[in-house]
Design a protein around this ligand. Structure first.
Ligand code: NAD
Length: 490
Protein backbone atom coordinates (compact mmCIF):
# COMPACT_ATOMS: atom_id res chain seq x y z
CA UNK A 1 0.00 0.00 0.00
CA UNK A 2 1.55 3.37 -0.96
CA UNK A 3 2.08 5.49 2.13
CA UNK A 4 2.07 9.23 2.56
CA UNK A 5 4.83 10.91 0.63
CA UNK A 6 7.34 12.82 2.71
CA UNK A 7 10.65 14.36 1.76
CA UNK A 8 14.05 13.05 2.80
CA UNK A 9 14.50 16.25 4.78
CA UNK A 10 11.71 17.33 7.11
CA UNK A 11 11.79 21.06 7.72
CA UNK A 12 10.17 23.34 10.22
CA UNK A 13 6.66 24.63 9.54
CA UNK A 14 6.55 28.38 10.08
CA UNK A 15 3.93 30.84 8.89
CA UNK A 16 2.22 28.18 6.78
CA UNK A 17 5.40 27.19 4.92
CA UNK A 18 8.04 24.53 5.22
CA UNK A 19 11.48 26.00 5.90
CA UNK A 20 14.89 24.55 6.79
CA UNK A 21 16.60 25.56 10.02
CA UNK A 22 18.30 28.95 9.77
CA UNK A 23 21.71 27.35 10.34
CA UNK A 24 20.97 24.74 7.66
CA UNK A 25 21.65 21.81 9.99
CA UNK A 26 19.86 18.47 10.13
CA UNK A 27 19.69 15.47 12.45
CA UNK A 28 19.01 11.88 11.58
CA UNK A 29 15.77 10.08 12.47
CA UNK A 30 16.25 6.30 12.63
CA UNK A 31 13.67 3.58 12.17
CA UNK A 32 13.37 1.85 15.57
CA UNK A 33 12.46 -1.40 13.83
CA UNK A 34 15.70 -1.80 11.87
CA UNK A 35 18.00 1.12 12.67
CA UNK A 36 17.92 2.52 9.13
CA UNK A 37 17.59 6.26 8.49
CA UNK A 38 14.00 7.29 7.73
CA UNK A 39 14.70 10.98 7.15
CA UNK A 40 16.69 13.92 8.36
CA UNK A 41 14.92 16.67 10.28
CA UNK A 42 15.74 20.33 10.78
CA UNK A 43 18.11 20.86 13.69
CA UNK A 44 16.62 24.10 14.95
CA UNK A 45 18.15 26.61 17.33
CA UNK A 46 17.02 29.76 19.13
CA UNK A 47 16.79 31.72 15.81
CA UNK A 48 14.27 29.26 14.42
CA UNK A 49 12.25 29.36 17.60
CA UNK A 50 12.16 33.15 17.47
CA UNK A 51 10.90 33.07 13.87
CA UNK A 52 8.13 30.71 14.89
CA UNK A 53 7.20 32.83 17.90
CA UNK A 54 7.08 35.96 15.72
CA UNK A 55 4.79 34.22 13.23
CA UNK A 56 2.54 33.05 16.06
CA UNK A 57 2.34 36.55 17.55
CA UNK A 58 1.15 37.94 14.21
CA UNK A 59 -1.46 35.22 13.68
CA UNK A 60 -2.66 35.58 17.27
CA UNK A 61 -4.16 39.02 16.69
CA UNK A 62 -6.95 37.96 14.33
CA UNK A 63 -7.45 34.48 15.78
CA UNK A 64 -7.89 35.67 19.36
CA UNK A 65 -10.64 38.05 18.23
CA UNK A 66 -12.60 35.34 16.47
CA UNK A 67 -15.50 34.01 18.57
CA UNK A 68 -14.85 30.60 20.10
CA UNK A 69 -17.65 29.08 18.04
CA UNK A 70 -15.97 30.19 14.81
CA UNK A 71 -12.62 28.90 15.97
CA UNK A 72 -14.35 25.59 16.68
CA UNK A 73 -15.75 25.48 13.13
CA UNK A 74 -12.27 25.87 11.68
CA UNK A 75 -10.82 23.26 14.00
CA UNK A 76 -13.66 20.91 13.04
CA UNK A 77 -12.51 21.28 9.43
CA UNK A 78 -9.00 20.29 10.58
CA UNK A 79 -10.41 17.27 12.41
CA UNK A 80 -12.40 16.24 9.34
CA UNK A 81 -9.24 16.49 7.25
CA UNK A 82 -7.41 14.33 9.80
CA UNK A 83 -10.21 11.76 9.58
CA UNK A 84 -9.90 11.75 5.78
CA UNK A 85 -6.13 11.15 6.14
CA UNK A 86 -6.25 8.81 9.15
CA UNK A 87 -4.57 6.00 7.25
CA UNK A 88 -1.67 8.29 6.25
CA UNK A 89 -1.32 9.58 9.80
CA UNK A 90 -1.31 6.04 11.14
CA UNK A 91 1.26 4.91 8.61
CA UNK A 92 3.66 7.65 9.60
CA UNK A 93 3.12 6.95 13.31
CA UNK A 94 3.80 3.23 12.73
CA UNK A 95 6.93 3.99 10.72
CA UNK A 96 8.39 6.45 13.20
CA UNK A 97 7.63 4.46 16.36
CA UNK A 98 7.68 0.82 15.19
CA UNK A 99 4.23 0.18 16.67
CA UNK A 100 1.84 -1.98 14.65
CA UNK A 101 -0.36 -0.44 11.95
CA UNK A 102 -3.51 -1.27 13.90
CA UNK A 103 -2.15 0.29 17.11
CA UNK A 104 -1.17 3.37 15.11
CA UNK A 105 -4.64 3.57 13.59
CA UNK A 106 -6.14 3.38 17.08
CA UNK A 107 -3.89 6.24 18.12
CA UNK A 108 -4.86 8.34 15.08
CA UNK A 109 -8.53 7.76 15.89
CA UNK A 110 -7.97 8.79 19.50
CA UNK A 111 -6.30 12.00 18.29
CA UNK A 112 -9.26 12.68 15.99
CA UNK A 113 -11.74 12.08 18.84
CA UNK A 114 -9.79 14.48 21.02
CA UNK A 115 -9.75 17.12 18.29
CA UNK A 116 -13.49 16.78 17.83
CA UNK A 117 -14.18 17.18 21.53
CA UNK A 118 -11.92 20.23 21.76
CA UNK A 119 -13.40 21.87 18.67
CA UNK A 120 -16.80 21.52 20.39
CA UNK A 121 -15.44 23.34 23.41
CA UNK A 122 -15.65 26.48 21.27
CA UNK A 123 -19.40 26.30 21.92
CA UNK A 124 -18.96 25.65 25.62
CA UNK A 125 -16.41 28.22 26.67
CA UNK A 126 -18.39 28.95 29.77
CA UNK A 127 -17.70 31.57 32.37
CA UNK A 128 -19.81 32.25 35.46
CA UNK A 129 -22.22 34.87 36.54
CA UNK A 130 -22.22 35.75 40.18
CA UNK A 131 -23.74 38.25 42.55
CA UNK A 132 -22.14 41.41 43.79
CA UNK A 133 -22.30 42.92 47.26
CA UNK A 134 -23.03 46.31 45.75
CA UNK A 135 -26.38 47.24 44.21
CA UNK A 136 -26.59 47.79 40.44
CA UNK A 137 -23.42 45.83 39.70
CA UNK A 138 -23.51 42.85 37.31
CA UNK A 139 -20.50 40.56 37.52
CA UNK A 140 -19.38 37.63 35.42
CA UNK A 141 -16.22 35.83 34.39
CA UNK A 142 -15.14 35.27 30.80
CA UNK A 143 -12.31 33.18 29.36
CA UNK A 144 -9.55 35.01 27.52
CA UNK A 145 -6.68 33.67 25.42
CA UNK A 146 -3.17 33.98 26.81
CA UNK A 147 -1.10 34.67 23.67
CA UNK A 148 1.55 32.34 22.25
CA UNK A 149 1.49 28.78 23.60
CA UNK A 150 4.79 26.88 23.63
CA UNK A 151 4.06 23.17 23.32
CA UNK A 152 6.69 20.48 23.88
CA UNK A 153 5.89 16.78 23.52
CA UNK A 154 7.27 13.26 23.86
CA UNK A 155 7.38 10.66 21.08
CA UNK A 156 5.51 7.72 22.60
CA UNK A 157 2.09 8.42 21.05
CA UNK A 158 3.06 11.11 18.56
CA UNK A 159 -0.21 12.06 16.90
CA UNK A 160 -2.17 11.81 20.14
CA UNK A 161 0.42 14.02 21.84
CA UNK A 162 0.18 16.62 19.05
CA UNK A 163 -3.63 16.71 19.24
CA UNK A 164 -3.60 16.76 23.04
CA UNK A 165 -1.72 20.07 23.03
CA UNK A 166 -2.60 21.82 19.76
CA UNK A 167 -6.40 21.61 19.85
CA UNK A 168 -6.95 23.00 23.36
CA UNK A 169 -4.31 25.71 22.81
CA UNK A 170 -5.99 26.88 19.60
CA UNK A 171 -9.62 26.61 20.67
CA UNK A 172 -8.87 28.96 23.55
CA UNK A 173 -7.70 31.58 21.04
CA UNK A 174 -3.94 31.18 21.38
CA UNK A 175 -1.43 30.73 18.59
CA UNK A 176 0.99 27.84 18.98
CA UNK A 177 4.62 26.90 18.55
CA UNK A 178 5.03 23.13 18.81
CA UNK A 179 8.53 21.78 19.52
CA UNK A 180 7.86 18.25 18.46
CA UNK A 181 9.70 15.17 19.69
CA UNK A 182 12.97 14.51 17.87
CA UNK A 183 12.03 10.85 17.49
CA UNK A 184 8.81 11.61 15.59
CA UNK A 185 9.42 14.57 13.26
CA UNK A 186 7.24 13.40 10.36
CA UNK A 187 4.03 13.02 12.36
CA UNK A 188 4.03 16.70 13.38
CA UNK A 189 5.06 17.75 9.87
CA UNK A 190 2.14 15.81 8.35
CA UNK A 191 -0.30 17.19 10.92
CA UNK A 192 0.79 20.76 10.10
CA UNK A 193 0.27 20.12 6.38
CA UNK A 194 -3.18 18.62 6.92
CA UNK A 195 -4.23 21.52 9.16
CA UNK A 196 -2.93 24.03 6.63
CA UNK A 197 -4.76 22.37 3.74
CA UNK A 198 -7.94 22.38 5.84
CA UNK A 199 -7.71 26.15 6.09
CA UNK A 200 -5.88 26.86 9.34
CA UNK A 201 -4.39 30.35 8.88
CA UNK A 202 -0.61 30.52 8.43
CA UNK A 203 1.33 31.27 11.58
CA UNK A 204 -1.31 29.90 13.92
CA UNK A 205 0.40 26.55 14.30
CA UNK A 206 4.17 26.54 13.85
CA UNK A 207 6.20 23.36 14.18
CA UNK A 208 9.84 23.53 15.21
CA UNK A 209 11.90 20.37 14.79
CA UNK A 210 14.99 19.78 16.85
CA UNK A 211 16.63 18.60 20.03
CA UNK A 212 15.47 19.45 23.52
CA UNK A 213 18.38 21.60 24.66
CA UNK A 214 18.73 23.38 21.31
CA UNK A 215 15.11 23.96 20.26
CA UNK A 216 12.99 23.20 23.34
CA UNK A 217 14.93 25.25 25.88
CA UNK A 218 14.77 28.54 23.87
CA UNK A 219 11.01 28.14 23.55
CA UNK A 220 10.68 27.75 27.31
CA UNK A 221 12.88 30.78 27.95
CA UNK A 222 11.24 33.02 25.33
CA UNK A 223 9.56 35.96 27.11
CA UNK A 224 6.91 36.18 24.38
CA UNK A 225 5.61 32.69 25.15
CA UNK A 226 2.76 33.08 27.63
CA UNK A 227 2.08 29.43 28.43
CA UNK A 228 4.39 26.43 28.24
CA UNK A 229 2.73 23.04 28.12
CA UNK A 230 5.08 20.09 28.38
CA UNK A 231 4.67 16.33 28.13
CA UNK A 232 7.84 14.47 28.97
CA UNK A 233 10.13 13.32 31.72
CA UNK A 234 10.08 14.62 35.26
CA UNK A 235 13.73 15.74 35.10
CA UNK A 236 13.09 18.01 32.11
CA UNK A 237 9.76 19.10 33.60
CA UNK A 238 11.52 20.38 36.71
CA UNK A 239 13.90 22.42 34.58
CA UNK A 240 11.04 23.88 32.57
CA UNK A 241 9.12 24.74 35.73
CA UNK A 242 12.08 26.65 37.04
CA UNK A 243 12.92 28.56 33.81
CA UNK A 244 9.35 29.38 32.75
CA UNK A 245 8.28 29.86 36.36
CA UNK A 246 10.99 32.45 36.93
CA UNK A 247 9.53 34.61 34.19
CA UNK A 248 6.00 33.96 35.56
CA UNK A 249 4.69 32.13 32.49
CA UNK A 250 1.82 29.68 32.91
CA UNK A 251 3.27 26.14 33.03
CA UNK A 252 1.48 22.82 32.57
CA UNK A 253 3.51 19.66 33.16
CA UNK A 254 2.41 16.14 32.21
CA UNK A 255 5.27 14.00 33.48
CA UNK A 256 6.28 10.47 34.24
CA UNK A 257 4.78 7.62 36.24
CA UNK A 258 5.73 4.38 37.96
CA UNK A 259 2.22 3.17 38.30
CA UNK A 260 1.03 0.56 40.79
CA UNK A 261 -1.23 -2.32 39.78
CA UNK A 262 -2.57 -4.06 42.90
CA UNK A 263 -3.92 -7.61 42.83
CA UNK A 264 -5.87 -8.64 45.95
CA UNK A 265 -6.50 -12.20 47.12
CA UNK A 266 -10.17 -11.93 46.04
CA UNK A 267 -9.37 -10.79 42.47
CA UNK A 268 -10.38 -12.65 39.34
CA UNK A 269 -6.81 -13.71 38.62
CA UNK A 270 -7.11 -14.44 34.92
CA UNK A 271 -8.80 -11.09 34.35
CA UNK A 272 -6.10 -9.39 36.42
CA UNK A 273 -3.31 -11.08 34.47
CA UNK A 274 -4.84 -10.02 31.16
CA UNK A 275 -4.97 -6.38 32.28
CA UNK A 276 -1.55 -6.50 33.94
CA UNK A 277 0.01 -7.69 30.67
CA UNK A 278 -1.67 -4.87 28.76
CA UNK A 279 -0.78 -2.28 31.40
CA UNK A 280 2.88 -3.30 31.53
CA UNK A 281 3.64 -4.08 27.91
CA UNK A 282 1.34 -2.31 25.48
CA UNK A 283 3.22 0.27 23.41
CA UNK A 284 6.38 -1.48 24.69
CA UNK A 285 5.71 0.04 28.11
CA UNK A 286 6.25 3.51 26.66
CA UNK A 287 3.23 5.07 28.29
CA UNK A 288 3.28 7.46 31.18
CA UNK A 289 0.33 5.37 32.43
CA UNK A 290 2.12 1.98 32.16
CA UNK A 291 1.52 -0.37 35.08
CA UNK A 292 5.13 -1.14 35.95
CA UNK A 293 4.83 -2.07 39.64
CA UNK A 294 2.66 -5.16 40.16
CA UNK A 295 1.81 -5.44 43.86
CA UNK A 296 0.26 -8.82 44.63
CA UNK A 297 -1.19 -10.27 47.85
CA UNK A 298 0.99 -13.08 49.29
CA UNK A 299 -1.92 -15.52 49.17
CA UNK A 300 -2.13 -15.37 45.36
CA UNK A 301 1.41 -14.21 44.55
CA UNK A 302 2.72 -17.47 43.19
CA UNK A 303 -0.32 -18.20 41.03
CA UNK A 304 -0.40 -14.67 39.68
CA UNK A 305 3.35 -14.68 39.02
CA UNK A 306 3.22 -18.00 37.14
CA UNK A 307 0.31 -16.87 34.97
CA UNK A 308 1.83 -13.44 34.37
CA UNK A 309 5.28 -14.76 33.44
CA UNK A 310 3.70 -17.38 31.15
CA UNK A 311 1.67 -14.61 29.51
CA UNK A 312 4.73 -12.38 29.10
CA UNK A 313 6.68 -15.23 27.46
CA UNK A 314 3.94 -15.63 24.89
CA UNK A 315 3.91 -11.98 23.81
CA UNK A 316 4.97 -11.43 20.23
CA UNK A 317 7.43 -8.62 19.72
CA UNK A 318 7.57 -6.86 16.36
CA UNK A 319 6.13 -4.11 14.20
CA UNK A 320 3.27 -6.02 12.55
CA UNK A 321 -0.40 -6.43 13.28
CA UNK A 322 -0.61 -9.50 15.44
CA UNK A 323 2.49 -8.49 17.38
CA UNK A 324 1.83 -7.40 20.94
CA UNK A 325 4.36 -4.61 21.05
CA UNK A 326 7.20 -3.08 19.06
CA UNK A 327 10.65 -1.64 19.73
CA UNK A 328 11.57 1.08 22.18
CA UNK A 329 12.01 4.39 20.47
CA UNK A 330 15.81 4.65 20.21
CA UNK A 331 19.08 3.00 21.11
CA UNK A 332 19.87 5.42 23.94
CA UNK A 333 16.60 4.56 25.66
CA UNK A 334 17.18 0.82 25.19
CA UNK A 335 20.66 1.02 26.69
CA UNK A 336 19.43 3.07 29.62
CA UNK A 337 16.83 0.40 30.49
CA UNK A 338 19.42 -2.38 30.24
CA UNK A 339 21.78 -0.51 32.58
CA UNK A 340 19.07 -0.08 35.23
CA UNK A 341 18.21 -3.80 34.92
CA UNK A 342 21.87 -4.73 35.39
CA UNK A 343 22.12 -2.65 38.54
CA UNK A 344 18.82 -4.09 39.82
CA UNK A 345 20.21 -7.62 39.49
CA UNK A 346 23.41 -6.61 41.22
CA UNK A 347 21.22 -5.41 44.11
CA UNK A 348 19.38 -8.76 44.32
CA UNK A 349 16.46 -8.55 41.88
CA UNK A 350 15.77 -11.69 39.85
CA UNK A 351 14.84 -11.65 36.18
CA UNK A 352 11.99 -14.13 35.66
CA UNK A 353 11.86 -13.64 31.91
CA UNK A 354 13.44 -11.30 29.36
CA UNK A 355 16.07 -8.85 30.55
CA UNK A 356 17.92 -8.68 27.25
CA UNK A 357 17.88 -7.09 23.85
CA UNK A 358 16.41 -9.34 21.15
CA UNK A 359 19.31 -10.41 18.92
CA UNK A 360 17.67 -12.85 16.51
CA UNK A 361 17.82 -11.89 12.81
CA UNK A 362 14.31 -10.40 12.77
CA UNK A 363 15.04 -8.04 15.65
CA UNK A 364 18.77 -7.45 16.03
CA UNK A 365 19.00 -4.26 13.96
CA UNK A 366 16.07 -2.69 15.81
CA UNK A 367 15.75 -1.43 19.37
CA UNK A 368 13.88 -4.43 20.74
CA UNK A 369 13.80 -5.50 24.35
CA UNK A 370 12.27 -8.85 25.36
CA UNK A 371 9.21 -8.59 27.61
CA UNK A 372 10.83 -8.46 31.01
CA UNK A 373 9.51 -9.46 34.43
CA UNK A 374 11.56 -9.11 37.59
CA UNK A 375 10.92 -9.87 41.25
CA UNK A 376 12.72 -9.36 44.51
CA UNK A 377 13.61 -5.69 44.04
CA UNK A 378 13.39 -3.68 47.26
CA UNK A 379 10.74 -0.96 47.35
CA UNK A 380 13.47 1.65 47.69
CA UNK A 381 15.71 0.19 44.93
CA UNK A 382 16.52 2.31 41.89
CA UNK A 383 14.47 0.03 39.63
CA UNK A 384 11.38 0.47 41.84
CA UNK A 385 11.48 4.25 41.84
CA UNK A 386 12.71 4.95 38.30
CA UNK A 387 10.41 5.15 35.32
CA UNK A 388 11.95 2.84 32.71
CA UNK A 389 9.58 3.63 29.83
CA UNK A 390 10.07 0.16 28.38
CA UNK A 391 8.54 -3.33 28.49
CA UNK A 392 9.56 -4.09 32.08
CA UNK A 393 7.33 -5.07 35.00
CA UNK A 394 8.44 -5.52 38.58
CA UNK A 395 6.59 -7.83 41.00
CA UNK A 396 6.17 -7.08 44.72
CA UNK A 397 4.51 -9.02 47.54
CA UNK A 398 2.03 -7.48 49.97
CA UNK A 399 0.58 -9.14 53.06
CA UNK A 400 -2.77 -7.33 53.04
CA UNK A 401 -4.67 -4.28 51.78
CA UNK A 402 -2.88 -1.76 53.98
CA UNK A 403 0.60 -2.95 53.02
CA UNK A 404 -0.39 -3.03 49.30
CA UNK A 405 -1.69 0.53 49.51
CA UNK A 406 1.41 1.69 51.38
CA UNK A 407 3.62 0.14 48.70
CA UNK A 408 1.49 1.68 45.94
CA UNK A 409 1.98 5.11 47.50
CA UNK A 410 5.70 4.58 48.18
CA UNK A 411 6.77 6.23 44.95
CA UNK A 412 8.00 9.64 43.89
CA UNK A 413 5.29 9.52 41.20
CA UNK A 414 1.49 9.61 41.38
CA UNK A 415 0.00 9.38 37.91
CA UNK A 416 -2.27 6.33 37.55
CA UNK A 417 -3.14 3.34 39.73
CA UNK A 418 -5.29 0.24 39.50
CA UNK A 419 -6.67 -2.37 41.90
CA UNK A 420 -8.16 -5.78 41.15
CA UNK A 421 -10.60 -6.95 43.79
CA UNK A 422 -14.14 -8.26 44.18
CA UNK A 423 -14.64 -6.15 47.31
CA UNK A 424 -16.40 -2.81 47.02
CA UNK A 425 -14.77 -1.86 50.33
CA UNK A 426 -11.24 -2.44 49.04
CA UNK A 427 -12.07 -0.81 45.71
CA UNK A 428 -13.45 2.35 47.27
CA UNK A 429 -10.77 2.46 49.97
CA UNK A 430 -8.12 2.26 47.26
CA UNK A 431 -9.53 4.90 44.93
CA UNK A 432 -9.92 7.29 47.85
CA UNK A 433 -6.48 6.79 49.36
CA UNK A 434 -4.15 6.02 46.48
CA UNK A 435 -1.95 8.99 45.55
CA UNK A 436 -2.71 9.29 41.84
CA UNK A 437 -4.52 11.43 39.30
CA UNK A 438 -6.29 8.41 37.78
CA UNK A 439 -7.56 5.45 39.83
CA UNK A 440 -9.05 2.38 38.15
CA UNK A 441 -10.86 -0.68 39.50
CA UNK A 442 -10.61 -4.05 37.73
CA UNK A 443 -9.05 -2.93 34.44
CA UNK A 444 -5.71 -1.35 33.37
CA UNK A 445 -3.69 1.57 34.70
CA UNK A 446 -5.01 3.65 31.85
CA UNK A 447 -8.31 4.36 30.14
CA UNK A 448 -8.78 8.10 29.94
CA UNK A 449 -10.97 9.59 27.23
CA UNK A 450 -10.90 13.01 25.53
CA UNK A 451 -13.47 14.57 27.86
CA UNK A 452 -11.74 13.34 31.04
CA UNK A 453 -9.06 15.28 32.88
CA UNK A 454 -5.70 13.50 32.95
CA UNK A 455 -2.69 14.31 35.08
CA UNK A 456 -0.93 13.34 38.25
CA UNK A 457 0.23 14.30 41.71
CA UNK A 458 3.72 14.37 43.26
CA UNK A 459 6.49 14.11 40.62
CA UNK A 460 3.98 13.28 37.85
CA UNK A 461 3.02 16.89 37.20
CA UNK A 462 2.34 20.30 38.62
CA UNK A 463 -1.38 19.88 39.18
CA UNK A 464 -2.71 20.89 35.77
CA UNK A 465 -5.11 18.61 33.91
CA UNK A 466 -5.27 18.04 30.17
CA UNK A 467 -7.37 17.22 28.20
CA UNK A 468 -11.05 17.41 29.25
CA UNK A 469 -12.77 20.72 29.82
CA UNK A 470 -10.09 21.24 32.46
CA UNK A 471 -7.57 21.84 29.65
CA UNK A 472 -9.27 25.19 29.08
CA UNK A 473 -7.88 26.25 32.46
CA UNK A 474 -4.35 25.67 31.13
CA UNK A 475 -4.79 27.68 27.95
CA UNK A 476 -7.02 30.57 29.01
CA UNK A 477 -7.23 33.08 31.80
CA UNK A 478 -10.32 34.29 33.58
CA UNK A 479 -11.33 37.89 33.42
CA UNK A 480 -13.84 39.14 35.96
CA UNK A 481 -16.16 41.63 34.27
CA UNK A 482 -18.02 44.22 36.32
CA UNK A 483 -20.76 46.35 34.78
CA UNK A 484 -22.36 49.09 36.86
CA UNK A 485 -25.71 50.63 36.01
CA UNK A 486 -27.44 53.74 37.30
CA UNK A 487 -31.14 53.26 38.05
CA UNK A 488 -31.59 57.08 37.95
CA UNK A 489 -30.88 56.95 34.22
CA UNK A 490 -33.52 54.36 33.32
P1 NAD B 1 12.06 14.01 27.58
O1 NAD B 1 11.69 14.80 28.77
O2 NAD B 1 13.47 13.61 27.42
O3 NAD B 1 11.66 14.77 26.23
C1 NAD B 1 10.36 15.23 26.01
C2 NAD B 1 10.41 16.45 25.10
O4 NAD B 1 11.11 17.49 25.75
C3 NAD B 1 11.15 16.22 23.78
O5 NAD B 1 10.50 16.92 22.76
C4 NAD B 1 12.52 16.82 24.05
O6 NAD B 1 13.17 17.27 22.88
C5 NAD B 1 12.15 17.99 24.93
N1 NAD B 1 13.24 18.45 25.81
C6 NAD B 1 14.27 17.73 26.32
N2 NAD B 1 15.07 18.53 27.07
C7 NAD B 1 14.52 19.76 27.05
C8 NAD B 1 14.87 21.01 27.65
N3 NAD B 1 15.95 21.14 28.42
N4 NAD B 1 14.07 22.07 27.45
C9 NAD B 1 12.96 21.96 26.68
N5 NAD B 1 12.60 20.82 26.06
C10 NAD B 1 13.36 19.72 26.26
O7 NAD B 1 11.10 12.74 27.62
P2 NAD B 1 11.10 11.44 26.71
O8 NAD B 1 11.99 10.44 27.30
O9 NAD B 1 11.25 11.82 25.29
O10 NAD B 1 9.58 10.99 26.91
C11 NAD B 1 9.19 10.11 27.88
C12 NAD B 1 8.62 10.80 29.11
O11 NAD B 1 7.40 11.46 28.78
C13 NAD B 1 8.28 9.82 30.19
O12 NAD B 1 8.70 10.32 31.42
C14 NAD B 1 6.77 9.75 30.14
O13 NAD B 1 6.15 9.33 31.33
C15 NAD B 1 6.42 11.15 29.78
N6 NAD B 1 5.05 11.25 29.25
C16 NAD B 1 4.08 11.79 30.06
C17 NAD B 1 2.76 11.83 29.63
C18 NAD B 1 1.70 12.42 30.52
O14 NAD B 1 0.64 12.76 30.01
N7 NAD B 1 1.92 12.53 31.82
C19 NAD B 1 2.43 11.34 28.38
C20 NAD B 1 3.44 10.81 27.57
C21 NAD B 1 4.76 10.77 28.02
Amino acid sequence: MPGPVFPAEIGNWIEGREVPAVAGQWFSKLNPHDGSEICRAARSQADDVQRAVDAARCAYVAWSRLPGVRRGELLTAVVDAMAARRADLAQVVALETGKSPSAALGEADAAIALGRFMAGEGQRMYGRTTTSGAPNRQTSTVRQPLGVAGLIIAANTPIANVAWKVFPALICGNAAVLKTAEDTPITAWLFAQIAHQAGLPGGLLNVVQGLGREAGAPLVANPQVAVVSFTGSTAVGREIASVAGARLARVSLELGGKNPFVVCDDADLEHAVKWALLSAFSNAGQRCAAGSRLIVFEAVYQRFRDLFVAGAKQLRVGPADGDDFGPVINQRQLERILRVLERAQAEGAVVLTGGQRLMDPAHRNGFYLAPTVIEGAAAEAEVSGTELFGPVASLYRASDFESALALANRSPYGLTACIHTASVHRAMGFVQRVEAGVAVVNAGTYGSEPHMPFGGVKASGNGSREPGTEALDVYSSLKNVVVCTDPARL
